[in-house]
Design a protein around this ligand. Structure first.
Ligand code: ADP
Ligand code: ASP
Ligand code: MG
Length: 422
């Protein structure tokens, strides 16, 4: 007997048929004698619609009250949790739905991107043991204890709910069921020759996720690493009846580095189009300028990523280029413009049609020249690199968004990641 957390994402619960299919996946594990907690997302498209309604309800103000945003968007998961509990009962399985405040899942009060502080799994564990009851938990939401208000964990947050629940109930495994059958060398929807990885190290998955691969929310990987949760990414689209609960289904295990025998230099490629570039032209090259630029951005809670500084065309001053999330682009421009007097520059330029392509692999620690190969390969395809950042196990390149797919495909082949047949 094992204790499992099974998480099902939006497309896996997109309609009633799919929810009934999920119920059969759960039944398979219950019938095999396992104790099961299920974490569900909102039905596909529902969260987007709820976010859209929040925006539409606003006329006079620019930003809505994040507490009310959470009150609205948290409802999507509640519907799925109740429906799945009904579908399970229909199959003769004891099941009960749980919202964030009921367990509770306690979080910080940063509405819209709250962090989980504590999950109380005592009651669901008692019910596993006493009633063989399946817990169906609404993902993405929690409770801020002091104010008693509902919070949400940021887009894709049900992954994090699942891993946090797995840590709390000391589950043997956290299975993340989604619309692909594992973690691939890059997004399989973009590169058809992407290969599924049997295993990937936590550190690499952390980079992949934070650099754009949305298959897992970054925070879920962090929590998995911290609490040693075995996360297994697999498909919900296999027929439940075809799966041997004691066999080895296709999927990807996120695990410690030492569990991986075959270490490749490059493990995967991530990309993100949610980037914007800002260039501040002809800044005085003197101490304190960087602080004058990045201080106000930090105060405005804007994350600056890649930073490049080079000599301006006049040879005397300097140009500073950096990237921010596309969603913060206008705010960042406004913030810089407001600080113009203290910074002292002549022109402010920006672009949103840029993309960041990142190459990731723990093997890079011990291999030199990996990035140089990429520069050459992209130059051969006339892809201009606007900015570069590197760290121990990854490097990122900022390019024109129009070349994203070409760049990803080029690098995927360059590092030997292509599947033998398309
Ligand atoms: P869910 O609704 O189940 O949470 P998501 O849409 O959040 O699913 O994440 C799954 C998607 O992540 C896949 O459909 C795929 O397009 C995308 N994806 C991006 N990069 C990768 C990758 N390296 N491996 C697998 N899937 C990836
Ligand atoms: N429903 C939420 C979202 O769409 C959370 C999730 O699916 O993980 O972002
Ligand atoms: Mg997701």
């Amino acid at each position: 007997m094992a204790r499992l957390v099974m998480k099902f994402g939006g497309t896996s619960v997109a309609d009633i048929d799919r929810i009934r299919n999920v119920a059969r996946h759960v039944k398979r594990e219950v019938d095999a004698g396992h104790e099961v907690a299920v974490v569900v997302s909102a039905m596909a498209g529902v969260t987007d619609q709820l976010v859209g309604w929040c925006r539409a309800a606003l006329k006079e103000q620019k930003v809505f009250d994040a507490r009310e945003y959470d009150a609205v968007v948290a409802t999507g998961e509640q519907v799925t949790a109740g429906l799945l509990a009904i579908a399970l009962e229909d199959l003769g399985i004891n099941a009960r739905s749980w919202f964030g405040w009921q367990l509770p899942i306690l979080t910080s009060d940063v509405h819209g991107s709250a962090r989980i502080l504590e999950v109380n799994g005592a009651e669901i564990v008692r019910r596993f043991q006493e009633r063989h009851e399946v817990a169906v938990i609404a993902g993405f939401q929690g409770l801020h204890q002091e104010t008693g208000r509902v919070t949400t964990l940021g887009r894709g947050g049900s992954d994090t709910s699942a891993v946090a629940v797995a840590a709390a109930v000391r589950a043997d495994r956290c299975d993340i069921y989604t619309d692909v059958d594992g973690v691939y060398t890059t997004d399989p929807r973009v590169v058809s020759r992407a290969r599924r990885l049997d295993k990937i190290a936590f550190e690499e998955m952390l980079e992949l996720a934070s650099l754009g691969a949305k298959v897992l929310q970054v925070r879920s990987v962090e929590l998995g690493m911290l609490h040693n949760v075995r996360i297994f990414v697999r498909s919900s689209f296999e027929r439940p009846e075809d799966i041997d609960p004691h066999g080895h289904p296709p999927g990807t295990l996120i695990c410690d580095e030492d569990e991986i025998m075959e270490k490749q230099t490059v493990t995967g490629i991530a990309f993100s189009r949610d980037e914007a570039q800002i260039s501040i032209r002809q800044v005085q090259d003197k101490p304190g300028v960087a602080a004058a630029i990045f201080g106000p951005l930090a105060e405005a809670n804007i994350n600056v990523d890649m930073i490049v500084q080079n000599v301006s065309a006049d040879g005397k001053t300097t140009d500073l280029t950096f990237t921010v999330p596309a969603a913060d682009y206008q705010r960042a421009l406004d913030t810089i413009a407001k600080a113009k007097a203290t910074i002292g520059y002549t022109r402010l330029d920006g672009a949103t049609d840029v993309a960041k392509v990142s190459v990731i692999g723990i093997g890079m620690r011990s291999h030199a020249g990996v990035a140089a190969e990429a520069f050459r390969a992209l130059a051969e395809r006339s892809i201009n690199i606007r900015a570069i950042t590197t760290s121990e196990i990854k490097f990122s390149l900022l390019i024109d968004a129009a070349f994203t797919e070409l760049a990803v495909r080029t690098l995927h082949s360059l590092y030997g990641l292509d599947r033998a047949t398309a």
